[in-house]
Write a protein that binds this ligand. Structure first.
Ligand code: FAD
Length: 378
């Protein structure tokens, strides 16, 4: 659901609904300014809300919550039992170099045994969350030059009151503040974690020089190179609204956070909520011929020309973006194999190679298929 308050925002949401509901990907999206209707969809946001304030909501029943940690464990427990797949956890990749024969040489430390070994490979995919930038820089490929990272941490308020959690079953998104990165849209979110419902509100942004939640404070300073210092300084110069937004966010007290929550739950009580640190995002900074450097809020695969190494950088390097990103990596790095692999890929992803946005019938067919496989009820 999208939820807005104030006359201007209501006018905006009405127009957005008109534009989007005509599109196959958003077909069936509901719109309402009716307080009783909204109270049925999301009772907590209407309880004790001041009368007279214009509000509006759009709602889509499609989709579901996915626990990507659980999904990853399932996938790897299957893969670990198949021929040719070996999984090593608690291993740290410390260096990546290219040998003269073109193969990649990785220095890997076994953190349990405290021993090092070398792994050689014709292809390397770097998926290290925020730390992917550090590993990409070690490869020395020209595409990595001029790329920098800007870490933003995310915090959420987690509800501790079971009765409150039970009364909300929706993902309700507001509108982002001016200057906020696009993924900072505040939301009141039901998440199912190991079969139990949880209620979260956020994110609140923070600043840390770490590239991973448990990373080192030296991650950001050590990523500065002669090639990316120019773009990084240009981004610092040109992004005053973002800097201002981050300063405001970092300076927030618990009372300020609860005040922001009350935009969504008017009678929220501080004692029902605790602050949790969710993780780090490392936004990409890239060279720009006009501005010197730009801050990108998206997610991007950076690959060598020969496709022998690819790294996934940016705001959302995994989870819901993972499947299209991997298809993109296959196309970028294994172009010669694609004719041979396409039938198999189509069996896994029947819409592979087609745009659902241009094909309403196929789009509906795919929604029906996934809804059935996932056992969802609308
Ligand atoms: C506040 C917040 C909210 C989010 N909400 C959503 C959402 O609603 N939906 C969504 O789809 N996504 C969301 N995301 C994004 C999503 O969480 C990430 O895209 C995803 O977790 C990235 O997964 P990953 O495995 O690529 O990276 P990570 O989860 O960051 O894991 C990286 C792993 O690489 C390891 N690693 C790093 N360096 C090395 C090395 N040198 N050697 C060996 N291992 C290494 C680390 O130890 C770590 O285990 C959110 C992110 C944040 C911060």
């Amino acid at each position: 659901m999208s939820f807005v308050w104030g006359a201007d925002n209501v006018a905006f949401l009405r127009k957005r609904h008109e534009a989007l509901s005509a599109h196959p990907l958003f077909a069936g999206m509901d719109y309402s300014e009716d307080r009783q209707q909204i109270a049925q969809w999301a009772p907590l946001i209407m309880q004790n809300r001041p009368k007279g304030e214009p509000i509006a909501v759009t709602r889509s029943l499609m989709g579901t919550d996915v626990n990507f940690g659980a999904l990853t464990r399932l996938l790897f427990s299957y893969l670990s039992g198949t021929k040719g797949c070996v999984l090593h956890t608690r291993h740290d990749v410390q260096d990546i170099r290219r040998d003269e024969d073109g193969q990649w040489r990785l220095k890997v430390r076994d953190l349990r045994e405290n021993t090092d070994r070398i792994v050689r490979s014709r292809f390397v995919f770097i998926g290290g969350g925020g730390a992917a930038l550090t590993l990409l820089q070690k490869t020395g490929i020209p595409q990595a030059q001029g790329v920098g990272g800007f870490p933003v941490s995310g915090q959420f308020l987690r509800c501790t009151n079971k009765a409150l959690i039970a009364r909300h079953r929706a993902k309700v998104y507001g509108k982002a503040s001016v200057g906020a990165p696009p993924m900072s849209v505040p939301h009141l979110d039901t998440r199912m974690i190991d079969g139990k419902p949880a209620l979260l509100f956020g994110p609140y942004a923070g600043f840390s020089t770490r590239f991973l939640k448990q990373g080192s404070l030296m991650d950001l300073p050590l990523s500065v190179r002669p090639g990316n210092i120019g773009p990084m300084l240009a981004v610092a110069r040109d992004n005053w609204p973002l800097t201002k937004y981050l300063i405001q966010q970092v300076m927030q007290s618990q009372e300020d956070r609860i005040a922001a929550l009350r935009d969504f739950i008017p009678d929220a009580k501080a004692e029902d909520w605790e602050l949790v640190v969710a993780g780090q995002r490392v936004q990409i900074i890239k060279q720009d011929p006009k501005k010197g450097g730009v801050l990108q809020f998206g997610t991007e695969v950076i690959a060598s020309d020969d496709g022998s190494v690819a790294a996934l950088l940016g705001a959302s390097p995994g989870a819901s973006t993972a499947a299209p990103i991997m298809l993109n990596v296959l196309q970028k790095c294994f172009a010669a194999k694609m004719p041979e692999w396409t039938d198999r890929l189509k069996a896994m992803v029947p819409s592979f190679g087609q745009k659902l946005a241009n094909n309403p019938a196929l789009c509906q067919q795919q929604f029906d298929r996934t809804t059935k496989i996932l056992g969802l009820t609308l």
